[in-house]
Design a protein around this ligand. Structure first.
Ligand SMILES: Cc1cc2nc3c(=O)[nH]c(=O)nc-3n(C[C@H](O)[C@H](O)[C@H](O)COP(=O)(O)OP(=O)(O)OC[C@H]3O[C@@H](n4cnc5c(N)ncnc54)[C@H](O)[C@@H]3O)c2cc1C
Length: 429
């Protein structure tokens, strides 16, 4: 779609036709604003379409500010409170989209993520929002005061508006059209950045740990995974390169953030200009026996079943393949794992339980933006008004969604942030 058919003048230009941008455009349009969405891909809402295995985990029943990471943990409160998960659930239900809770408050469409995109596009169309696709932005300029206003030059013409909303997301998964455009634009307009890093991302392991994990590739285990003091009780999945699965993805955001947000409580911030943090040395801790609370569990098993091998007993609470491998590793020697429990000193059995409940791995790194579901960091919230998402020092400029330094947990929280921040800006533009 080109710019022809209009004068190129609007009340609001929204850069990026993703979750936040479409929500913002819809709300601004409903308020009678003349809105254009500028999307560089041939279609809008790509991440919505592939999310949640094609069923879009569109929000979470448990949305609360403590489910979000940010250098300012209070920033997200206002938008999340003004446009809640219940508001989005009503919208979805009113549109006749059937949904269900999968686990841990995560809500998914029964049928298809396409329904969420259709909902947003229908509402946008009803209020005359123009959606320009395949429209890469060449540059953005701001007219001098007092008139201000923004000019956005695309391949098919120049668009102008007094309000410009940056909704181009973060750089996670470039093959879906993700770019770091928001950060470049923020820099151009003097907005500070919190160093962006991949989050909700598989972790890679050091060679020795990888040698243990790689043969277990594909295996999932119930676990409680802790990074930087925050614990997630979900599955860990072993991969060829390291570890993944929901518990690890969640922990990755905190592991990434360990240094990044370290100064937040003291009011400090790590800006993008600072040297990259050295993440090596920070362990991620795995409780592979989350159902076992008794440190004498194996000692009791020995008393009850002295002839059984360690791997047999471990195999009752862990997948067999993992039990075998761990038994061999924990036994510290070839063949030692054949011993019946009776031959194991109580002390050694207690140590094994302790090791399995606090297995510490120091990741080598992450699988990077190519595999990350989201980005931690982004436009520093200190530069934005939490009620409107408007840049404090650049009137008319708004930043919403993943481009902002607010990152949700896995499970629908990131879309809720996109809806809430998009709604907040949509009310203000
Ligand atoms: C595989 C995957 C699955 C996910 N599943 C879920 C889930 O189930 N639940 C959940 O809550 N979150 C999920 N997420 C995260 C969620 O998709 C994002 O947090 C959310 O889409 C962010 O919304 P946004 O509008 O800020 O950015 P996006 O949805 O990424 O939208 C940004 C838009 O801007 C466009 N754009 C980028 N650069 C430019 C440019 N220079 N010019 C013009 N347009 C541009 C992009 O093409 C895109 O359309 C998932 C992410 C991935 C990658």
């Amino acid at each position: 779609m080109g710019v022809q058919g209009s004068s190129g003048r609007y009340d609001v230009l929204v850069l990026g036709g993703g979750a936040a941008g479409l929500m913002c455009a819809r709300v601004a349009g409903q308020r009678g604003r003349r809105v254009a969405v500028v999307e560089h891909m041939p279609e809008v809402g790509k991440k919505i379409l592939i999310s949640g295995g094609g069923r879009c985990n569109f929000t979470n029943l448990e949305v609360a500010p403590d489910r979000f990471l940010s250098a300012n943990p209070h920033f997200a409160k206002s938008a999340l409170k003004r446009y809640t998960q219940w508001d989005f659930i009503s919208l979805v239900s009113d549109y006749g989209i059937a949904w269900h809770e999968k686990t841990l408050g995560q809500l998914f469409c029964d049928q298809s993520a396409q329904q969420i995109v259709d909902l947003l596009l229908r509402d946008c169309a009803e209020v005359g929002v123009e959606i320009l696709t395949s429209a890469p932005v060449r540059d953005v300029t701001r007219a001098p005061e007092p008139n201000g206003g923004f000019a956005v030059r695309t391949e098919s013409g120049t668009l102008r508006a007094p309000s410009l909303v940056v909704a181009t997301g973060g750089p996670s998964i470039p093959k879906l059209g993700a770019t770091a455009f928001a950060y470049d634009l923020a820099r151009d307009f003097g907005l500070p950045l919190i160093e962006p890093r991949p989050a909700l991302v598989p972790l890679t392991l050091q060679p020795a740990d990888k040698a243990l994990a790689a043969p277990l590739s594909g295996l999932a285990v119930d676990s409680a995974v802790t990074a930087n003091g925050t614990t997630f009780r979900e599955a860990t999945l072993f991969t060829h390169r390291g570890v993944s699965g929901p518990a690890v993805l969640q922990a990755s955001s905190y592991w990434q953030a360990a240094d990044l947000h370290a100064g937040a409580h003291a009011g400090g911030r790590k800006r993008a200009a600072a040297a990259p943090a050295d993440l090596r040395g920070l362990p991620v801790r795995f409780d592979l026996l989350p159902e076992v609370s008794d440190p004498d569990w194996l000692v009791a098993a020995k008393a009850a079943r002295p002839r059984q091998q360690l791997q047999t007993v471990l195999g009752e609470v862990l997948p067999q393949r993992l039990a075998q491998r761990l038994a061999a590793q924990l036994a510290d020697g070839a063949g030692a794992d054949d011993r019946p429990l009776a031959e194991w000193p109580d002390r050694a059995l207690r140590r094994i339980v302790q090791q399995l409940k606090d297995w510490q791995l120091v990741p080598a790194g992450t699988e990077g933006f190519a595999k990350a579901e989201v980005t931690v960091g982004g436009v520093d919230t200190a530069a934005l008004d939490s009620r409107t998402m408007q840049a404090r020092d650049v009137p008319g400029l708004y930043v919403i969604g993943e481009a902002v330094d607010v990152t949700g947990w896995l499970g629908g929280y990131n879309f809720q942030w996109a809806w809430s921040s998009g709604w907040a800006a949509g009310q203000a533009v």
